[in-house]
Every structure is written in structure tokens, then in C-alpha cells.
Design a protein around this ligand. Sequence first.
Ligand SMILES: [Zn+2]
Length: 323
Amino acid sequence: MVRIRPTIETSLRISSEIDPKPVRIRFFGVRGSFQGDDQRIGHHTSCIVIEYGDSITICDTGSGVRNFGAEIMQEYTMRGREVRVNVLYTHMHGDHTFGLPSFDPLFSPKTHMHFIGGTHTFKRESHDGTIETWEETVHETLQRQILVEPTFPINYRELPCKRTFQLVRPGERFTIPSSYGDIVVDCDIMNHPGRAYGYRFHFGNDKVLALVLDHEHEPEKPEFDQKILRLCDRATLTIGEVQYTKRFYDGHMPNGISFRKGWGHMWAEAAARQFEEARTTHVITTHHEPKFGLPEVTEIVRTINETTGIRTDYAFQSMEVTL
Ligand SMILES: [Zn+2]
């Protein structure tokens, strides 16, 4: 088993003290779109690490992944053996991927990186000058856009770590092996530019974690996305993005900040109604707007809690949750 020293003091325990198979969830990056300033929340972009028995799953490699990489390197020094790390992508936007080159284990032959993710749609100008749309896998994105010159000096093909890939499809159920038994995971597409994936993790028979990061409920739509409601349905814990207040989403903020409709993110009132409809029991908000400090993030939590009665906390960098 890989044992990693805890780096934080503030923690939240949802399971009982005697649970023999706890799920450890740590937040290494909680900002959305770009890095933020308020240190009480943290500045790094999306990175959540889930540990269950001997399995490590990094959900997105925003800039927060660098600190987790330092922990794993310490493990190499102590144990001197290969560490397998699952990297599960919600989507390939920069705030969820561009921290990867700062993840030191990537440059060690003792690392086995297992990338899991879905296909994405986007437009690119092809060599003959026409615009075409196609699907691109996680593999191809890393190779063509992130770990390649002139973006980065080291080429993806030269990395010494072992790399394997797993493509998941919308509506598909897959498993992540662990010494506590397989983690069963459902995945589906969410409304986000270029698409993003939400995940529903089953740990044993009684614990469900819903992870629904980047998505948007368009105000003119009368109903919430059934796929998201299914992912969150009666989850033990839902980690959901709620990037905006309604006035920020609508553009009623000082300094002429324009509205955010179509950017693919949630605002507090819509998120509250969605979580209530999904009958989730506990929400942790994340993917905080970089311009927001503690007052705005707290306001979002209060809005969800007061309108739904659902226990709601905000994620902050170095937060640890035991499920
Ligand atoms: Zn994002």
C-alpha cells in the first residue's frame, strides 16, 4: 500500500471513526477557469485526489497537482518502488490539465500513469485550411497540446514514466481496482463548451460520491439535465462546481465585468435547485470563481443551504474529507 503523509490539519469526516474502508478525498486545487488570490480558499486550479485502499485517483491536473506530486516523490525516496496513479479527466480545458507538466512523478521511471477520460468535440483549422470537427482522446491532447514544443520543452514521447490509457464512454460503467475492492464508476456528458464528464463513484455498497465539475444549467430551460440528476441521485456526498453568484452570472458586477452565460458554469440558485432535485445529502462546492474571495464563496454556500436545507460546505485548498 502506498502511504502518503497528510499535509493538512483541517479535515471533515463523514464516515464513522471505525470504518475499515475509508475514502480519503483531498482538494489540491479548488479554483475554476484561472488561479485566484484569496489564500483562505486557495489559488490553484482544479485537482482533487481520491485515495481508497491502495488506489490513487487524481481527478484533473490543474495547477494544484504539483503539490501532490511532491508527496509521491517523497514516497519514492522512502520506498523505492513504482507507484500507479490514475488520472481521471473531467475534460481537457486548461484549468483542468495545464498543471500536468509540474507533476514531478511524470519524469520518473517509477511512475505508472493510467489516464482515464472521454472524447471531446472542438474545432481546429486543419492543414488544408478547412475547419472540421472531430473527437480527440486524452492521449492525443497531452501529446499534441500540453507536453510538446513550443508549449513545453520536454516532449510527451520522451517521458520516462509508464503510461496507459482508458477511454470511457457516456453512460458507461467502469471500474478502478483497489485493495478495498473495485471502485465502480458511472460517467456521463454534461453541458459545457466542448463537453465535460461527470462521474459517480460507488465505494462498497453504501458510499456514493458524485463529482460534477464544469457544467451549466441554461436559465431558459425548464428542467435540469437528467444525466446530472442521475449522477447525483441520493449521493452520500456531491462535489459540485458552483462558480458564480447569480449577479455575477448576469453581469451585474462592478468594473464592467460581462455576463457569464455560455461559459459552462453554475450559479448558486440553479445549483441549489439541481442538488435538491437530485436528493443529494451533502454538497461541497468547488471550482470557485478566481475573482471571488471568502465572502462570495460563503454567500454561495449560504444560498444553497438556506434554500434547500442540504448541508453545504465550500472546498478550500488542502481540505481533506473522509467518506
Ligand atoms: Zn474548469
